[in-house]
Design a protein around this ligand. Structure first.
Ligand code: ADP
Length: 199
């Protein structure tokens, strides 16, 4: 029996679908690190690092950070020891070019499963406006939230078809309690991943 003990996962979905919360649950379940490009950028903005200074204005308008910069950050993070047996990416890849960059980083191994967290636009905008009051994220104003939804529809949604064609997409309804959604994700991933563990 060959040992294929890696679990490479991605969670994708519109801003406000609850990816971050579910990402931590999934990562814990599979004992892999949750890697969020948004969190990495926000930590750098908070720490006023060179990277933080470069990306702050872009993030505050809801645009995407340039692929070249984002790809480099992810390559560095995936090279760390804790990602050797797998990871759960949250918020990356987000463009078709980033998918190509990730494929190159993984040298043909590529992702095992992609969780698509579906959510209704009006509901996610309401959630994000609520979060804005609690957390004060600079990109959580109504105008920027609407723009982020458009950026998602234009640049990230096309990835869904691509992952579906690869046969690794698990589509989950993101509406409901955190526990309900977590349960749907767990059973969807179980089904897909257990079907793969053969060789
Ligand atoms: P959300 O899913 O709510 O938009 P994230 O925390 O994933 O939040 O991302 C926040 C912001 O960080 C994005 O709007 C974008 O500006 C930047 N960002 C995060 N991930 C990427 C990425 N893969 N490529 C480009 N920009 C990114």
């Amino acid at each position: 029996m060959t040992q294929t003990a890696t679990t490479r996962l991605l969670i994708i979905g519109p801003p406000g679908a609850g990816k971050g919360t579910q990402a931590h649950r999934i990562a814990e379940g599979y004992a892999v690190p949750a890697i969020s490009t948004g969190d990495i950028f926000r930590a750098n903005i908070k720490g006023a690092t060179e990277l933080g200074k470069k990306v702050q204005a872009i993030i505050e308008t809801g645009e995407l950070v340039p692929d070249s910069l984002t790809n480099e950050i992810v390559a560095d993070r995936l090279a760390q020891a804790d990602a050797a047996t797998g990871f759960l990416l949250d918020g990356y890849p987000r463009t078709v070019d980033q998918v190509a960059a990730l494929d190159a980083m993984l040298e043909g191994e590529s992702l095992d499963a992609v969780v698509l967290l579906e959510a209704d636009t009006d509901e996610v905008v309401a959630r994000l406006l609520n979060r804005a009051q609690l957390e004060g994220r600079a990109d959580d104003t109504e105008e920027v939230i609407r723009h982020r939804q458009n950026v998602y529809a234009e640049q990230t949604a096309p990835l869904i078809d691509l992952f579906s064609k690869r046969g690794i997409l698990v589509t989950v309804d993101g509406m409901g309690s955190v526990d309900e959604v977590a349960e749907r994700i767990a059973s969807g991933l179980n089904g897909l991943l257990s079907a793969k563990v053969v060789s």
